[in-house]
Design a protein. Structure first.
Length: 379
């Protein structure tokens, strides 16, 4: 018998895949609820669904799935570069922004080096770091300070071993938006020390007009900055998988060498090109999110057993502050009613008293809050 476990690479043996929200498939099967009746609060996706023009465009191009996708996707890159106002050689596309998290680590991280990761945050940064032999160095953010990152502590955590600093802005699952000055300061400091900054702006599209910003313009000045953006959330294309990265040509050349061919499929390319042109959809989505966010926050704050953390994006991190109920029990109870929330017990830096809910349409948010009330009353 071959001992397969001994053949697995040493630094992969302790690795386990990250868990995520959005498992509408499981809930549907487990509780016999039709898939389209599950209201998903577990992943922060635009409740309007994909733009209609995108769906039409995909239908028109269905026959192209017999061909391989354009491996260079130059037209998509051109459109994306205009969208974020950088040059086309500053853009790389990926099978969701997740592909780019993995590619980035493959290109730049190796055994003996560390990634500074403020937690709680998106779990794939840790897994992607460990996959290539790197070590994540967690920096715990304080719940008493609404999980706001202490930038002085971040600076202190940097050492000769640091290869990357992660910043998720707005951060998931907390919804915190960092100040632009603070982000810039980290990028500058990192540049002086030959350290890369991985900036995840996936939820930036949902931030209110007067608060929204991107650091894209700074890639001209700072070639240690790598930014990811996703189209899976704001344009509701999660099942199609499309995201992109913004950085200096030198950083992107490091990634391109390793990129799996055809990782972005043809339909995703057409969908992305159409989606970012749809200004009417973009405006309607932002209006809906800003109204629904306010409404949802107000309703949630009226539940005395919950602490709702302030958020600048389309989801709220919530803590159960009274009683014995865990977030895992709450998730299970709500799932029976076709409402899926994100149990945050598996996030580094959180525990089984935390959950996250995304902002949906007003009537759906109301249904969630009503069910939260009745669920607790029946405990
Ligand atoms: C903070 C954050 N970054 C990146 C991703 C990856 O998204 P995608 O691969 O769909 O672009 C997610 C997905 O949930 C996320 O929450």
């Amino acid at each position: 018998m071959v001992e397969i476990s001994e053949l697995i690479k040493a630094h992969h043996r302790e690795l386990s895949p990250c868990t995520h929200g959005g498992d509408v498939w499981k809930i549907s099967e487990k509780f016999g609820i039709p898939l389209n009746r599950v209201v998903d609060f577990s992943v922060p996706i635009n409740p309007l669904g994909p733009p209609k023009k995108v769906l039409q465009n995909i239908r028109q191009h269905l026959n192209l799935i017999k061909n391989y996708p354009d491996p260079n996707h130059e037209w998509l890159i051109e459109t994306l570069s205009n969208y974020v106002r950088v040059k086309s050689n500053n853009i790389i596309v990926g099978n969701g922004s997740t592909e780019l998290i993995y590619l980035f680590n493959e290109a730049f991280v190796e055994s003996g080096y560390e990634a500074v990761v403020p937690i709680p945050t998106f779990g794939e940064y840790k897994v992607a770091t460990m996959r290539v032999g790197g070590r994540p160095l967690f920096l715990r953010c304080d719940p008493a300070k609404n999980f706001r990152l202490n930038f002085e502590e971040l600076e202190k955590a940097i050492s000769k071993k640091t290869r990357v600093i992660y910043l998720c802005n707005p951060n998931s699952p907390t919804g915190t938006l960092y100040k632009k000055d603070a982000v810039l300061r980290v990028v500058r400091l990192a540049a002086e020390k030959n350290i890369l900054v991985f900036l995840d702006e996936d939820y930036g599209d949902f931030v209110a007009d007067n608060r929204r910003y991107s650091m894209a313009e700074y890639i001209k000045r700072y070639d240690n900055l790598f930014i990811i953006r996703s189209l899976t959330k704001f344009f509701a294309l999660a099942g199609l998988r499309i995201g992109f990265g913004i950085a200096s040509p030198d950083v992107l050349n490091g990634l391109r060498k390793l990129k799996m061919p055809w990782s972005v499929n043809s339909l995703a390319m057409f969908a992305a090109t159409e989606a970012i042109k749809d200004n009417d959809y973009i405006t309607r989505s932002r209006l809906l999110i800003s109204r629904s966010r306010r409404q949802m926050q107000k309703m949630l704050q009226e539940l005395p057993w919950l602490r709702v953390y302030p958020s600048e994006t389309n989801f709220f991190l919530i803590e159960i502050t009274e009683g014995d109920l865990t977030s895992t029990q709450l998730k299970e109870g709500l799932a029976r009613k076709g409402l899926l929330i994100r149990d945050c017990s598996d996030f580094d830096g959180l525990n089984n008293r935390f959950f996250r809910v995304s902002v949906n349409k007003a009537e759906e948010n109301k249904k969630l809050v009503e069910n939260l009330k009745s669920f607790v009353n029946s405990e």
